[in-house]
Design a protein around this ligand. Structure first.
Ligand code: BEZ
Length: 332
């Protein structure tokens, strides 16, 4: 073989080898994007970063996850659209956003479905609650990996409120979703949908009189500085869901799916555990503030609950089985 021919065949061999390596690279070194609305200080965001660290460590750096907190990629409705097109790979979303698209998820917001955070944790980890996630691929093009949660919902108001009667006619901030809107309409309040980052200013400038919120966010965002009456009602749980884009999921190998699914589930469970562990302490932190605290329970909200059930028992077909699972948890 002439020197020129030998050189050409060595060149073509090395080119073939390099192309082979390059073809393997995208699967070997891939970055996923995960979006969420909460700020860096929030437990959901910390869990997203912990998930990213785990994916990187367990794949020896072959896969990484870039986390976009604080609505950097848009609000939840916009992120769902990006997930549907495959422009976004993963997200931690409030179930609120999901319930706007799949009404059955409204069942998770039935008032007093659970009485406290321990029962909320047990219900969200149950097979019954998890079975709702099976609807997501067909209904919204998302794969539901599992639930996280924030704390139980309470009412913080500028003027004193001892129970639902005192909320009548008040402009009360809600997370924008239908089951909570209906609950406060049934209470007789005037629900105002506002995303979390707009709440502090709206309270400060009097645009709203009261807010529907959890202890954790009241402390993180110091809402109690602007509204000094806390009605501890524990009227609703507040689930979050970890999702992967259905389009992206279809293109993943079984090993890639397992890597994302098992590590995300672990972090979502940890979010539930954290909120469960810190709720009592957070209540004490708020009780230590110069604010007036009142308490109300299921009996006080009975009329609103009945109206809510009339509307939602038709819309949320899983309500019965969730109530059954919750009753078993309450009785155990
Ligand atoms: C809210 O809209 O109240 C909320 C959203 C995410 C985490 C916690 C609270």
């Amino acid at each position: 073989m002439s020197i020129a021919k030998r050189f050409t065949s060595i060149l073509s061999l090395s080119l073939t080898l390099s192309l082979g390596v390059l073809a393997a690279l995208p699967a070997q070194a891939r970055e996923f994007k995960l979006g969420l609305i909460t700020p860096p200080s929030h437990d959901w965001t910390k869990a997203a970063y912990a998930f990213a660290d785990q994916v990187k460590a367990k794949s020896s750096g072959d896969y990484s996850v870039a986390v976009y907190p604080a609505r950097q990629l848009g609000n939840e409705a916009e992120m769902v659209q990006q997930l549907q097109t495959g422009a976004l790979d993963m997200a931690f979303l409030t179930v609120a956003e999901i319930s706007n698209r799949v009404p059955d998820f409204g069942a998770l917001y039935a008032p007093y479905l659970v009485d406290n955070i321990d029962q909320a944790a047990a219900l969200l980890k149950s097979d019954t609650a998890r079975s709702l996630l099976d609807q997501l691929p067909a209904e919204v093009g998302l794969v539901g990996v599992g639930y996280g949660m924030a704390g139980m919902r309470q009412v913080l108001s500028r003027d004193s409120a001892a129970g639902p009667a005192d909320l009548s006619g008040r402009k009360l901030r809600i997370t924008p979703f239908e089951p909570i809107r209906d609950f406060y309409l049934d209470v007789g309040a005037a629900p105002i949908p506002l995303p979390l980052p707009e709440v502090y200013d709206a309270l400060a400038n009097g645009q709203i009189d009261a807010i529907d919120m959890d202890f954790d966010s009241m402390l993180i965002f110091k809402f109690y500085e602007r509204a000094d009456n806390l009605l501890i009602s524990n009227h609703m749980m507040f689930p979050m869901v970890g999702v992967v884009s259905g389009r992206v999921w279809k293109g993943l190998t079984p090993a890639e799916r397992e890597l994302l699914q098992s590590n995300m589930r672990e972090q979502l469970d940890a979010v539930i555990d954290h909120f469960q562990a810190k709720e009592k302490d957070q209540e004490q932190q708020l009780r230590a503030q110069p604010i007036k605290i009142r308490e109300a329970g299921e009996r006080d909200f009975a009329e609103a609950i009945n109206k809510w059930e009339e509307t939602w028992s038709g819309k949320a077909k899983s309500l019965g089985k969730l109530r059954q699972a919750a009753a078993e948890i309450k009785g155990s």
